[in-house]
Design a protein around this ligand. Structure first.
Ligand code: PMT
Length: 402
């Protein structure tokens, strides 16, 4: 899918810049036309000669060529690009991008870019987790930029932690699947649930679970990137969608989640139930804090919550697709298939808490997709972003068959 695409590869000054020769080679091999833009510091880590030889184009670094006075238009470059990737993106470059500090050709091109922007941070672990970097990355996400999370591992400082630029092969794959996926869900309305539900006990306590929302938000971002009109009904989480067009409806309890889903399901073409909905809620919610000394409350009486997926399954009309998740700890496949049938789902995504790196809170997941006809596809452990891509691929296939 990279064939014929115009890509601006922005390189800033970090040790990971040496890996961009491989990235450039991969992009060019896949048929992309690549214009390299380097910050002055980047040239200390990899030479413009290498990059211009690999790209077949002179590298742009300054606003004009000193000996000829030739002006390099960042505006033209920004308009030419089908995508811009900044790799490695150092803490300084990320801060400049977040705050519009246009003091080099890379930043002016970034500010002029109309195309999607991908950012592959690389820095030491302490810089990575500094509140200013965290906030700047958050700002970039809010501008709709795609952050390609750095990996964990040994860093240039020999410290071990998060901060290694993602491998060039994976960055190239992210770009490839971005172009591959574009617009396959155009015109579709997709309803997604994500995160936990909180069931109130009293004003300070609730029954909840460990869901972070990462899986559901990744599915929402992927569906939106493929052109869908996405409504994300989310329980309490601390993350935000990366795609600017995702419409988030924040809820707390299962009952609120059900109401929000019922308001949107009729107009939806596809619904994906990723939320970890509490199956039970306290029968009574106290309006004052339970006091250890005064109250002799030893037990909390629970009542069953509504089953949102099953309710939508009962209302489903021909042509609508309903996708569920099954989070299991034992008898995984039997339980998943049982849920698929009971809830009238068209497909169920099984993840097991017995698999290390799968399920709640992790950045990775390992899934199997099960269908009503007994067919099943097993996938290896992948990042939740990639898993979301696999799930949306499977949904797109079902849509094409419907
Ligand atoms: O959020 P993360 O930290 O990234 O974690 C992701 C995840 C583990 C929460 C996600 O991958 C997942 O497995 N979600 C479903 C969790 C769950 O509640 O599974 P379940 O097997 O209990 O429920 C089966 C299906 O019915 C699910 O689609 C669920 O959304 C739905 N359900 C369950 C109970 C209920 N009362 N109403 C429902 O709609």
């Amino acid at each position: 899918m990279l064939k014929g695409k115009h890509i601006v590869l922005g390189i800033s000054g970090g040790i990971a810049a040496y890996k961009t020769a491989t990235l450039l080679r991969l992009l060019v091999k896949a048929g992309a036309e690549v214009q390299v833009v380097m910050t002055p510091n980047a040239k200390e880590f990899i030479t413009p000669v290498t990059m211009s030889a690999l790209s077949g184009k002179p590298v742009v670094s300054e606003f004009f060529t000193a000996n000829t006075g030739e002006w390099h238009s960042h505006v033209d470059l920004g308009l030419w690009a089908d995508a811009m990737i900044i790799a490695p993106a150092t803490a300084s470059t990320i801060a400049k991008m977040a705050n519009g500090v246009a003091d080099n050709m890379l930043i002016t091109t970034y500010l002029s870019a109309k195309a999607p922007v991908f950012v592959a941070p690389a820095m030491d672990l302490d810089m990575m987790r500094h509140p200013s970097t965290v906030r700047n990355l958050e700002l970039l996400r809010s501008y709709g930029n795609h952050i390609i999370e750095p990996a964990e591992g040994e860093l240039a400082s020999h410290l071990v932690g998060k901060g290694r630029m993602e491998e060039p092969e994976n960055i190239a794959k992210v770009l490839d699947s971005f172009f591959d996926c574009q617009q396959s869900l155009k015109g579709k309305k997709v309803l997604i649930t994500a995160g936990p539900t909180y069931e109130k006990i009293d004003p300070v306590r609730f029954i909840g679970n460990y869901s972070s929302g990462k899986m559901g938000y990744a599915i929402a971002d992927c569906a939106a990137a493929r052109g869908a009109d996405v409504t994300l009904v989310s329980g309490p989480v601390s993350i935000k969608p990366q795609h600017p067009s995702v419409n988030v409806i924040s809820v707390e309890s299962a009952k609120e989640m059900l109401q929000a889903c019922l308001s949107h399901f009729a107009e939806s073409d596809i619904a994906v139930m990723t939320a970890a909905v509490a199956d039970y809620a306290p029968a009574e919610v106290l309006d004052r804090k339970i006091k250890r000394e005064k109250d002799s409350l030893g037990t909390i009486n629970l009542v069953k919550n509504p089953d949102i997926a099953a309710t939508l399954g009962a209302e489903k009309r021909p042509g609508q697709l309903l996708v569920g998740f099954a989070l299991e700890t034992d008898h995984e496949f039997e339980n998943a298939v049982d849920k698929l049938r009971r809830k009238n789902l068209d497909m169920i995504v099984l993840n097991s808490l017995r698999v290390p790196g799968a399920g709640f809170r992790t950045d990775t997941n390992q899934i199997s997709i099960c269908y009503p006809d007994g067919n099943r596809t097993d996938f290896p452990l992948k990042s939740k972003t990639e898993v979301a891509g696999d799930i949306i691929d499977a949904i797109t296939c079902l849509c094409e068959k419907a």
